[in-house]
Design a protein around this ligand. Sequence first.
Ligand code: SAH
Length: 233
Amino acid sequence: MTGAAPPRFRASILTLYPEMFPGPLGASLAGRALGEGLWSLEAHDIRAHATSKHRNVDDTPAGGGPGMVMRADVLGRAIDAVAPEGDTRPRLFMSPRGKPLDQRRVRALVEGEGVVILCGRFEGVDERVIEGRSLEEVSIGDYVLSGGELAAMVLVDAVVRLLPGVMGATDSGTEESFESGLLEYPHYTRPREWEGRTIPEVLLSGDHAAIARWRRAEAERITRLRRPDLLDR
Ligand code: SAH
């Protein structure tokens, strides 16, 4: 038999809302690559691992306080079913307490076999499951979402577009914002004049060295202006 090669990158998502997937990941670049089998996506329903009569996945916080907390026993079983021993993929927990996601982490994930991602809901998850299953907490920014699903989609989208064969031009990933430690230079295309605004002359000169110098200078200028913290790194 001449079956297609298995996808190089497998994303397994643990969520209370599996119907949210693939969602936006089913469209455009990521969606086409998904259809072509360049990567795979499974959304697993955490509730399938609840054993109580009412299939509870959450309970009140120990010590009191508002909201509900996702139970360690249910999550432990769910993780073990999706990523049994021997599954070497990183296990991530989307969390505002996590290390902020950056392009470097995204690049490292692209090199691996995939990810297992736990999406939190309510106040979050029982701390013991984070410890007991060695979950790496990852944040997508300093704000609070209502659940980890959108955060997981952000991470998976950032990774999948860098998989071989997903983006058209082979190097269109390497000159972008953050890849060189700088924000990207400005882009222009047709028409040559729009509402009285022209395209910088150098870009029309055909002088590739001059264009490269201009782009580098613009990238540095914009980074210094908007994100001086990137230059310090
Ligand atoms: N009580 C928590 C917030 C819970 S929000 C706190 O104060 O830290 C519910 C879930 O949404 C979280 O468990 C997490 O999975 C997800 N989430 C919210 N904000 C996020 C962010 N910035 N990055 C990644 N995941 C986030």
